[in-house]
Design a protein around this ligand. Structure first.
Ligand code: NAD
Length: 517
């Protein structure tokens, strides 16, 4: 296939040299190229990483922490080198781009916690019959973990998963999205520049490369769309390897009548439009209790109208909202707005894409008079819309929030802490933020599970977040080894009746059964 240089459909395209040609969604300019890895090349990289993994495991948590710390420092020192291509490949504002590097803090979390989480665990044996056993759980890393990521957080999303797997002692083969591979490649180059062991690397390409990666790793950590996630789960099942899937969301924001409306509005605007709405846990729909609906909507419209849109390539923080990253996202956002309007919704601000020749910009859009017959309230938009619905009461808000196939996260806004907790427990999502948005993502001690079609397994979550990259081994030892065990051969009438009595004595909870009466 050859590259059509006038192509503005926004999907990255392979050219005759089998490269991914990366274009800036804000300008249409070509901003970089990476080679497409064919399946045999993916296998070769995997073999190389596997060969280096035993030594990586051998150097222990402290040895691995030293290298991860150097990598964190390298990224902080080379911030603009990593972020500049990342801005160009995504069309983000420079402010949004800067958020990407905040994810390096997860490296510190695993550096600080890995020794504790990976330490052998002693388990007290259960029951008198096992009293003489010494039980230990040992965590041994999978040799090679595959990390497949989407384009919306080209640095932050791999950083949410790669450091945990590396600290666990695994080698890691990553594949960033073909839409935005450049920033991550710079970060991986940074690992090489610090002279660290050859245990992470990255391959590039489209679905075929991702699929080849699934064929050669021992564990797949996937972040992306629900459709691709389903395919990955099937492929992993065929190989009987574990996978963890972080997929799409349709996060609801519930604003109660007693909420701090100014804070809720600011959060809605940032939570809905940060990364141009292209965050799995961005605010996708808002339910506001009747008494404060008008105030909330008026303030939301005012704040949204004040947003400055553009890609500030001069890094001067002169814009809040960048462009959408793909033409597909532009199409979805336009379709959701048009569908809503056709079914009776009103656009209060935004609502019309400028000429496509000016990049994949769509204005931040507030929709009202929406209902659940509209696509904007049911499908993941992953874009610049905030549909707001008036609800009678909290019960209706909860019912509407739960009326979704997706269940990633959501938020509740009220000054009443007890009410907030009661509502949080009734929402069918993996995370609920109270009086904030998105922030659950950066709380590494709690898991980020996707309920329903939003995922399988979870990331972060304290010990679970690193132990998932390990196989558990149970070591069951005799503290005192007798000559023979009661259950061993040979069987005899006398031994059988004695065993029966012992089982009764140890298992029954009442004296009639213990004594066999
Ligand atoms: P996508 O599913 O199209 O692609 C994700 C990755 O999978 C890319 O690297 C792609 O090349 C690769 N891929 C495609 N087909 C494959 C196959 N058959 N086998 C293996 N790999 C394959 O998703 P996207 O459009 O890049 O990302 C947007 C989606 O990601 C949204 O739905 C968003 O909600 C979701 N997302 C979820 C989270 C989360 O933590 N839950 C975070 C960010 C994004």
């Amino acid at each position: 296939m050859t590259l059509n240089t006038t192509d503005r459909i926004g999907r990255a395209e392979p050219n005759a040299r089998q490269e991914v040609v990366v274009r800036c969604p804000a300008t249409g300019d070509i901003v970089g190229r990476v080679p497409v890895s064919a399946p045999d090349e993916v296998k070769a990289v995997a073999d190389r990483l596997r060969a280096a993994q035993p030594a990586w495991q051998q150097i222990g948590v402290a040895g691995r922490a030293k290298w991860l710390g150097k990598w964190r420092d390298w990224m902080l020192d080379h911030r603009d080198e990593v972020l500049t291509p990342l801005q160009l490949e995504t069309g983000k504002s420079w402010g949004d781009t800067g958020i990407e590097i905040a994810a390096v803090q997860i490296i510190n979390y695993w550096i600080d916690k890995a020794a504790e989480f990976l330490a052998d665990e002693s388990v007290r044996p259960y029951g008198a019959a096992n009293a003489a056993k010494k039980l230990t759980i040992v965590y041994e890393p999978y040799q090679l973990v595959g990390v497949i990521t989407p384009w919306n957080g080209p640095l932050s999303v791999p950083l949410l998963d790669v450091p945990a797997a590396l600290m666990a002692g695994c080698a890691v083969l990553s594949k960033p999205s073909e839409i935005a591979p450049l920033g991550w490649q710079v970060a991986v180059d940074g690992w090489k520049q610090i002279g660290a062991p050859d245990v992470p690397d990255t391959v590039h390409g489209f679905g075929e490369t991702g699929s080849a990666l699934v064929d050669v790793v021992d564990y797949v950590m996937f972040t992306g769309s629900t459709n691709t996630g389903r395919r990955i789960a099937v492929a992993a099942a065929e190989r009987l390897i574990p996978c963890s899937l972080e997929l799409g969301g349709k996060d609801a924001m519930i604003v109660c009548a007693d909420a701090d409306i100014d804070r809720a509005v600011d959060a809605a605007v940032w939570g809905g439009f940060v990364y141009s709405g292209q965050v799995c846990i961005s605010v996708e729909r808002i339910y506001v209790e009747e008494p404060v609906y008008d105030e909330f909507v008026n303030k939301l419209v005012a704040k949204t109208s004040a947003l400055r849109q553009g890609m500030d390539a001069g890094h001067d923080y002169s814009c809040e909202v960048g462009s959408l990253t793909t033409a597909q996202q532009l199409r979805i956002v336009s379709r959701h707005v048009d569908d809503a309007v056709a079914k009776g919704a009103k656009v209060l601000v935004g609502g019309k894409a400028p000429d496509a020749s000016s990049g994949f910009f769509y204005p931040p859009t507030v929709l009202v008079d929406v209902d659940h017959d509209m696509d904007c309230m049911r499908e993941e938009t992953f874009g610049l819309t905030l549909p707001v619905m008036k609800v009678r009461d909290v019960a209706e808000a909860i019912e509407k929030a739960n009326d979704s196939d997706l269940g990633l996260a959501g938020s509740v806004w009220t000054r009443d802490k007890d009410k907030a907790n009661t509502i949080a427990r009734q929402l069918n999502t993996g995370t609920v933020n109270i009086n904030n948005v998105i922030t659950g993502l950066l709380q590494f001690g709690v898991p980020m599970p996707g309920w329903k079609e939003s995922g399988l397994g979870s990331r972060s979550g304290g010990a679970d977040g690193i132990r998932k990259y390990c196989r558990q081994k149970s070591i069951v030892a005799e503290r005192v080894a007798m000559k023979k065990e009661l259950l061993w051969y040979p069987y005899s009438r006398k031994k059988g009746s004695f065993t029966e009595k012992v089982v009764r004595m140890l298992s029954a909870k009442d004296w009639r059964r213990r004594l066999g009466r």
